[in-house]
Design a protein around this ligand. Structure first.
Ligand code: PEP
Ligand code: MG
Length: 754
């Protein structure tokens, strides 16, 4: 038997978690009710023989009674107090609520029976299932803790409570919790009586409160972590019953890590490691206050995180009109198209009934940091009548709904939201992270507004400025359509001149917004037919013919990217000219990147379009062939940037949209794939291609800069892998910049520790 007060060495493998914790607490001279641990070895012996070491347990009980000055196993005289004990399980891995607890035991026989009951409960159905689900070995076994009971309901000078060493919602230092006078812990848990803030204890029993503060501080200093502590006051005496590290909100997690470091309890490295990417996300996005209280009317795909409520509109123009009146608005569409961009921009949230995580709505809203639920197929939308129906309910224009883009849930009412708040500690921990990380963190940003947002989150440059967006305003669509419809090269050149002026202005605005930080502009990637209306939307026979001419069987594998730039040199020439001219105007540091490259010949041709000599040309590595030709490409390219979205599609030979809609869930459920490869980089396939490409590229050019600008660059596990294969910078949408900065530092710190 291990008496807590014997200055034993805490060891969860001997005493289980709870037991080891009690040993630690008594070691810190905390007022813990006395008791002893029946070690795991005894449990194992009992399993084999069915026998408990009765004599030893009895001796321990006697000594416990002596220590408390109470009597055990017989009726107390009027001058004496009876000792009651509890028996609890104590496994090396916490299994909350899975095994039995027996309270209020007052004689030897009851005890012994209780110990047998606790030991047997290791194999109850609940515990077995819990172990199976959480991969806990049945070999581990459990210890038992026998402890003197204290009673918070003994008299007026008694009570019980739970305190955190810091506020678990905000992270603010100082005791935070609840206290209930003349009560036992069960009274709080059962909800029958409502506890008061622990501050009241300060009024009722100031000395006890001061002692509690002191003990809580000692516990926090020992564990170097915010603690969640159960305590009881029995007849004016404080007892600490249990301590564990406290659960906390994202905002609190960040503040606590920063504060503990400033207080000298943990290093900056430790503080950075303690912040989880989800903590940052919780601070960045608005969320529903208590989502567990509400049942969603439908679920779609969680396309862009954050929550929003607002009045339903079905047409972009109405979104703009409502926003002008300062009304919150949710734009509901079957799917969105580039024409909807102003409506999307005006809306607080987007809901679509069709489209996957790479649909137009998803991509655009993620980049804007705006909540979006897409592919919500339960919605039957009638655009003409301006209503949708879901589960028999009809919602008309002007009614209020809430969308949660973090979970994909849709609610048919306004729900209370918690505002996002970028705190001082948030910025502080990220600035610490910047001191440790080696990988650069750049932004994917296509407009001056996005650039400003990205700079706010700490972008060091723009690693991917997609130029498609710049064609997608109504007046520019007219021009690009003129270009597409032109009969010959001369007519095309004529049509493109007007576009050039606008493009130059776009680039100059983006470069100026970056204030001297570098920008990498990618030349047009989209196939041309994307800029034409749908055939049913036009009556013009010439346009209809053109639409049919440009139609593709597999647009993803078709006439796009650099192939368009080679077939129609005017577009790329115009883009390169306007980039170079905007650079001259602003003095910016600019690189040009070519999409969908498969061979160095393409790069050589495009370079010839450029009249200026001092332009850096990089290639996107997003085809399998580009990976295999990385050595040759590196001879001619100034940098590489992996387009892991396309490279994943190309490696798996399936498109994200189809995969996610039709079979990926089954593949994940059956364990055929462990992760969605469009979310987490597929190390064994795509990852190997990347690693090989980097090796071959660096053989030719040892200091080759290598970036990743696909969505994986903002995903923590993928970032760790990219670091290991020598990626030099990540380029991510503005709202993912904090996560990329954090994880890029964490991976350095973890590896330095090894
Ligand atoms: C990619 O393919 O990963 C990429 C960044 O390009 P896009 O997503 O624009 O195809
Ligand atoms: Mg791509």
């Amino acid at each position: 038997m291990i008496d807590f007060f014997d200055r034993a060495i805490p060891d969860a493998n001997l005493q289980g978690n709870k037991g080891a914790n009690l040993v630690v607490m008594t070691g810190l001279d905390l007022p813990v009710p006395p008791g002893f641990v029946i070690p795991i070895a005894v449990f194992k012996e009992y399993q084999q023989t069915g026998q408990l070491p009765l004599a030893e347990i009895e001796a321990a009980l006697k000594s416990l009674a002596k220590k408390t000055g109470k009597v055990f196993g017989k009726d107390p005289s009027p001058k004496e107090q009876a000792l009651y004990v509890s028996v609890r399980s104590s496994a090396p891995v916490s299994m909350p609520g899975m095994m039995d607890t027996v309270l209020n035991l007052k004689d030897r026989a009851e005890i012994m029976a209780a110990i047998e009951r606790i030991f047997s409960s290791w194999n109850n159905a609940r515990a077995i299932e819990y172990r199976r689900l959480n991969n806990i070995s049945p070999e581990l076994g459990t210890a038992a803790v026998v402890q003197a009971m204290v009673f918070g309901n003994r008299n007026e000078r008694s009570g019980t409570g739970v305190v955190f060493s810091r506020n678990p919602t905000t992270g603010e230092p100082g005791l935070f919790g609840e206290y209930l006078a003349k009560a036992q812990g069960e009274d709080i848990v059962s909800g029958q009586r409502t506890p008061s803030p622990v501050k009241l204890l300060q009024q009722d029993m100031p000395a006890i409160y001061a002692e509690l503060e002191e003990k809580v501080e000692a516990l926090e200093a020992h564990f170097r972590e915010m603690q969640d502590i159960e305590f009881t006051v029995e007849d004016g005496r404080l007892f600490i019953l249990q301590t564990r590290s406290g659960k906390r909100s994202g905002q609190a997690a960040i503040r606590i890590a920063v504060d503990l470091s400033k207080e000298g309890l943990i290093s900056r490295e430790e503080a950075i490691l303690r912040v989880r990417p989800d903590d940052l996300k919780a601070v960045l996005y608005k969320r529903i206050e208590s989502p567990e209280k509400y049942t969603p009317a439908a679920r779609g795909l969680n396309a862009a995180p954050g929550a929003a409520f607002g009045r339903v509109v079905f047409h972009p123009i109405d979104a703009v009109a409502y926003a002008k009146k300062n009304e919150k608005v949710i734009l509901v569409r079957i799917e969105t198209s580039p024409d909807d961009i102003q409506g999307i921009s005006a809306a607080d949230g987007i809901l679509t009934s069709r489209g996957g995580l790479t649909s137009h709505a998803a991509i655009v809203t993620r980049a804007m940091g705006k909540p979006c639920v897409c592919g919500c197929e339960a919605l039957k939308i009638d655009l003409k009548k301006e209503l949708f129906e879901v589960n028999g309910r009809v919602i008309r224009k002007g009614e209020i709904i809430t969308v949660d883009g973090t979970t994909g849930a849709v609610y048919l009412q306004a729900l209370p939201l918690v505002e996002s708040e970028v705190t001082r500690e948030f910025s502080e921990v990220l600035s610490w992270a910047d001191e440790f990380r080696e990988m650069g963190v750049w932004a994917n940003a296509d407009t001056p507004e996005m650039v400003v947002q990205a700079l706010k989150f700490g972008a060091e440059g723009v690693g991917l400025c997609r130029t498609e967006r710049q064609f997608n305003t109504p007046e520019r669509l007219v021009l690009i359509r003129e270009f597409i419809m032109a009969e010959d090269a001369r007519a095309r050149t004529e049509a493109i001149k007007n576009l050039e002026k606008l493009q130059k202005e776009d680039f100059a605005a983006i470069f100026a917004a970056m204030k001297g930080k570098p920008v990498i502009v990618r030349l047009l990637d989209l196939p041309l037919h994307e800029f034409l209306p749908r055939e049913e939307e036009t009556a013009d026979p010439k346009v209809r013919q053109k639409i049919r001419d440009l139609e593709e069987v597999n647009p993803m594998l078709g006439h796009r990217g650099v192939r368009v730039g080679i077939s129609y040199p005017e577009i790329y020439c115009m883009q390169i000219d306007s980039i170079v001219e905007a650079r001259e105007l602003t003095g910016a540091n600019v690189g040009i990147m070519i999409p969908q490259v498969i061979t160095v010949q393409e790069l050589l041709i495009i370079k010839q379009y450029c009249r200026s000599l001092n332009v850096r040309f990089g290639v996107m590595i997003e085809t399998v062939r580009a990976c295999m030709r990385a050595g040759k490409l590196a001879q001619e390219a100034d940098f590489f940037s992996f387009g892991t979205n396309d490279l994943t599609q190309a490696t798996f030979s399936f498109s994200r949209e189809d995969a996610e809609k039709k079979f990926l869930t089954t593949y994940l459920e059956k364990g055929i794939l462990q992760d969605n490869p469009f979310a987490v980089i597929d190390v064994k396939g795509v990852g190997r291609l990347m690693q090989t490409a980097i090796e071959w590229g660096r053989k030719e050019k040892p200091d080759l800069n290598v970036g990743v600008c696909g969505e994986h660059a903002g995903e923590p596990r993928s970032i760790r892998f990219f670091h290991n294969i020598g990626v030099t910078y990540l380029s991510v949408s503005a709202f993912k910049i904090p996560v990329a900065r954090l994880v890029a530092a964490q991976v350095e710190i973890e590896q330095a520790k090894k």
